[in-house]
Design a protein around this ligand. Structure first.
Ligand SMILES: *Cc1c(COP(=O)(O)O)cnc(C)c1O
Length: 227
């Protein structure tokens, strides 16, 4: 196991000095020992992309960790994370929003969500179009899901070395964020968080107004999916 988590985290935070963006440590595929090292170095926000993995880690780690669901989420799995999840970044359909509302109600809470917008060129990445995003933000939808709140937007850029393209995609998301802030007036919509930027493109994301960066490999090392 990579024991340099604390050092990586501290080095990464130095690079972020001067930015107020929240650092979410993306710990998917990493063992609880690695998360504990980050925790002991002061990290409290962790991101996972699989329901079962997050739920298992949650039972084994300190209760003041803020768990962020950042991966594609299936409606029938929301129940496993509804009691404790801090923020769901990956709401990409009205159906999923309704499932979150139902499970949040059962858990006796309101779950904050981000709408995931498709900003990349790749067709494979999940996310709503601008039009679909605005459609979900209509009062007719929002009034019917009282146990969710919308705290902002999330997006992933195209995997490319073309910085101008990444900048354009993040700029687009920021513009949509500002437009919604201006145009949508609902008690459960507050555009606070713009979740964009990962290990490879966080610097551009911050320049474009990101408030939450989701960083995995720069903290925990490369992921090895083949066990
Ligand atoms: C894995 C993942 C990240 C982190 O990626 P790194 O390149 O390791 O920083 C960020 N966001 C999402 C949605 C992810 O799935």
């Amino acid at each position: 196991m990579d024991m340099a988590v604390k050092e990586n985290l501290e080095a990464f935070k130095k690079k972020l000095a001067g930015s107020s963006a929240t650092l979410i440590a993306v710990s998917k595929t990493k063992p609880v020992e690695a998360l504990l090292q980050a925790y002991e170095a002061g990290q409290r926000d962790f991101g996972e992309n699989k329901v079962q993995e997050m739920a298992e880690k949650q039972t084994q780690l300190p209760s003041d960790i803020r768990w962020h669901m950042i991966g594609h989420l299936q409606s029938n799995k929301v129940k496993y994370i509804a009691p404790f999840v801090h923020l769901i970044h990956s709401v990409d359909s009205e159906k999923l929003l309704r499932a979150i509302d139902k499970e949040a109600k059962k858990a006796g809470r309101v779950i904050p969500c981000l709408l995931q917008v498709h900003i990349a060129e790749e067709e494979t990445k999940f996310g709503l179009s601008d039009e679909e995003t605005l459609a979900i933000l209509q009062p007719s939808v929002l009034d019917s899901v009282p146990s969710v709140s919308i705290a902002g937007l999330m997006g992933m850029s195209t995997l490319t070395d073309n910085k101008a393209q990444i900048k354009k995609e993040f700029g687009h998301l920021k513009a949509l964020f500002e437009r919604i802030k201006k145009e949508v007036n609902h008690p459960r919509v507050e555009m606070k968080e713009l979740s964009m930027g990962m290990s490879g493109d966080y610097a551009i994301a911050i320049e474009e107004g990101s408030t939450m960066i989701r960083v995995g490999s720069a903290i925990f090392g490369e992921r090895n999916y083949v066990h």
